[in-house]
Write a protein that binds this ligand. Sequence first.
Ligand SMILES: Nc1ncnc2c1ncn2[C@@H]1O[C@H](COP(=O)(O)OC(=O)[C@@H](N)CCS)[C@@H](O)[C@H]1O
Length: 989
Amino acid sequence: MIIYTNTGNPFGLKLLICANLAKRAVQVKHVTLNDPSLDDWKHLPVLELDSGKKLFSTDVAVKYLLSDEDTSSTVVQRDEWLEWSTKRLAPALTHNMAVGSRSDPNTKPILNTLVKMLEDCLSKSPFLTGDKLTSADVAVWSLIAPDGTLKGAVNIDNLLRWYRQISTLPEVQAALGVLPLKELSFASLQHSNRFGGLHHIVLNPEIADFEGELLADTAANIAETVQPEEIEAARVAFADVDNRAIRDEPRIVLPKAGQKNNLVTSALPYVNNVPHLGNIVGCVLSADIFARYSRLCGYNTLYIGGTDEYGTATETKALAENMTPRQICDKYFDIHNSIYRWFGIGFDYFGRTTTTEQTRIVQELFGELYAKGYIETRAVEQLLCTKCDRYLADRFVEGTCPHPGCGYEDARGDQCDGCGKLVNAIELLRPRCKVCNSSPIMRESNQFFLDLPKIEPELRAWIDRSEPGWTHNARVITRSWLKEGLKSRCITRDLKWGIPVPVEGYEKKVFYVWFDAPIGYISITSRYCKEWKQWWQPDTANTGVKVDLYQFMAKDNVPFHSVMFPASLLAANQGHTLVSHIMATEYLNYEDGKFSKSRGIGVFGNDAQDTGIPADVWRFYLGASRPEGQDSSFSWNDLQARNNNELLKNLGNFVNRALVFCEKFFDSTIPPMTLIEEDYTLLALANRELKGYVHQMEKARMRDGIRHMLQISRYGNQFMQNEEPWVKVKGTDEQKARAGTVIGLCCNFACLLATLIFPFMPTTARNLYSQLNVRGGYINADKPLLRTVLPSGHRIGKPAVLFSKIEDSRLEELKQKYGGQQQQQQQSGGEAPKKTAPTKSAPNSLKEAQKAVDEQAAKVRKIKSSGADRSVWQPEVNILLELKKQLQALGLPRTSESAPQAPGESQQQPSAAPATSAAATADPQAVKTLEDDIAKQGEKVRQLKASKSDKSVWQPEVSILLSLKEKLASLTGVVTPAPSSGKKKGNKK
Ligand SMILES: Nc1ncnc2c1ncn2[C@@H]1O[C@H](COP(=O)(O)OC(=O)[C@@H](N)CCS)[C@@H](O)[C@H]1O
């Protein structure tokens, strides 16, 4: 038998313990939901029997494993507890633990009730069903195991005694050897598609079949926890008809004294690329969702965005596309702009950094820092590519990351994507010019440095004050910077495309892009309105205006927003608004891999438009899978499931039924509503969710915001299902009146939902508002309680469906089209790369094979000579090597383009790969010098070895020889044999 489980899944542990107790041999396979071997299974764990049959329900699986229990007199209690563990305890724990320290007040009372039930039972008998341990105990124990002590629970002595007793069983210990306790987590249950938590029960019929009617059962349990005060608050609030007029947004939004003023910024994406879904959710979309929420709450909200246009990212792109940097900026600015418009990103102003305002503000700020003594001049060594006659800064140079333990080979000259740390270009190991791939030399030049140590005390004090409002990762990244001690940072470059340094003798230098980019937020605001200083220099002491700055980005941008930019503003001491909320996400990956424009992996902004899936569905999906707390992955299956289950079946179904019944049975008019006690319980539960929604959205926790919103819709669905207004409307007068109340309440729920979905799905929300015949909505964040928004007598508009199903066949087409595997790139204007077949079919004649090699070699040469990135040419080189292998297999000797390979050395090694192509572009003089050096060093090694000197003497010389050879290989792609150590590797004969 095989247990397929994702890592850390308590249900997987349950199956393994039961198998151990039954003395059944099982193998455990760790998989993820995206594992191709899982076929169409939509959740984990799964028990595969020796016959090949698979048991998806864990309740069924444990009963199968411990089938002897079926004859026991306590079988009924066992079954009840088994069901209780999967239907009640698991969702409650999953939710509570998943939100963990987020202290959602709603889960505690539920969990307390469940723990109390366990304690009650175990105070009467040693085990849940009596004197003997059964699978029921195992099921509950496995769920408690991730938090064995049930932190914070009181009076649970019997439960703890029982817990410890089971922990010591050899079968349990053996299972923990395979699925360790420390790995167990409730997040893994979410990733197993079993339960996303109490409020996130997947409405997947497959699961519902196996796990029973989760919905009704769990809700009944929750209803028991509603307190009288909550009922009273719900009653008072709903009696209040909400007449508040929806205010029109002013044309120019300005902050006001005594009000909440939220200045929201999105990181400014580089203008050299089409943004992918990661970029979109990492900055512009997250900021937009938050800004929309903030406006809904009536806060004065200004949302500023734009493109980051200076620096080597633009210059390298200009070279690759044979355009000027200005042309690149104009072209890609339009692309970004149109993609963000399609996604419904509602910037108040979308600007760019290549403006005269930007130049002026950057130069003025620099002048201020210079005058106040925060700028140092230092002579620094820089990398110069003699072939291109260019200093290699930032993205013009790549090499191996110098940070200990990283070793990432494609680290850039300013930051390493491998470890995320900042890099000083001259410290890169084996640096190479990104344009021509040759090795640069060192040159000295004077540069300006920002004296971070001088401002450090003030900066630290400011960080201590403001970091409580930042995301956890922002705090951790910043603290690790501070821990290492701040060093002065170079803020100028010997480049052309940038803001000129306004100092005599420095006219040919420009500011480093990361010095100028964050100032872009200020200069873009200055293009939005002439009163921009009210946002950026509000002079709070005199004006009473306080601005809260929310900055959205992903983790790699954090140090620039938490250290560099605030340090500059603090040092300038001109009363600038400093960030109060750094809202940093982790990374969104594509089907568990990285997005790669050059390899055509992933969905890019313009691809999303081509799918035919509406922008609002993308927005919802990205909001729901936003990488908060940890990296997350875009997955087509997940997108389909969320659309079909959460949007269509849950939300869409509920609001559509409410409106259609209102139209059909009540002439499109909200009927009189006479609420009964149960209705107030429902309202109290909805209010809990509303409170949870506000609590989370205030902190820009969008996933949780969505979870709460969906739960309100679930309550609505359940209410409608229980009440059956379509039946009652045909009954007695009393029943008809009840049907009216139910429909009236459901329409009010629908109106609340329109408001809660607005930040995520603005077009859908507007559509729903129009169906409800209301102008819009707002949120009272101080008192989040459901009021009557649609009073009796209000006429609604015409109902229409909000969402459509994503069919399996369409999903398959999309999966095919957007690959998720290495694919060939076709450089084409501003288009995202076209997705083509990942592999070439094998040629079957010598002539064909030779032709394929020649064509591919020509392609490689062309790409490399265009100065393209390694990530672009490497896949092509791999194809070339593969074709050469095929050619050799057909019997032809290596051509002059083939890389001679050392025995035992793989051509897949990065240093060995770019054989032909690199040779074609390498500088012959540099190659010659290196070859001479290698020959000399080789001779030295030979002599040392011949003199029978100690290894400690010859080993360092061998290392030098190897590194010279590596350098040569990276220049030419040709790998020379490693120096003999006297022993033959691999061949033992
Ligand atoms: N995979 C990713 N997931 C989430 N967010 C991501 C991911 N990759 C990048 N990002 C964030 O996107 C924006 C834009 O990134 P870009 O590289 O285009 O631009 C910059 O980082 C700078 N120009 C920003 C200057 S203010 C960014 O927030 C990334 O963190």
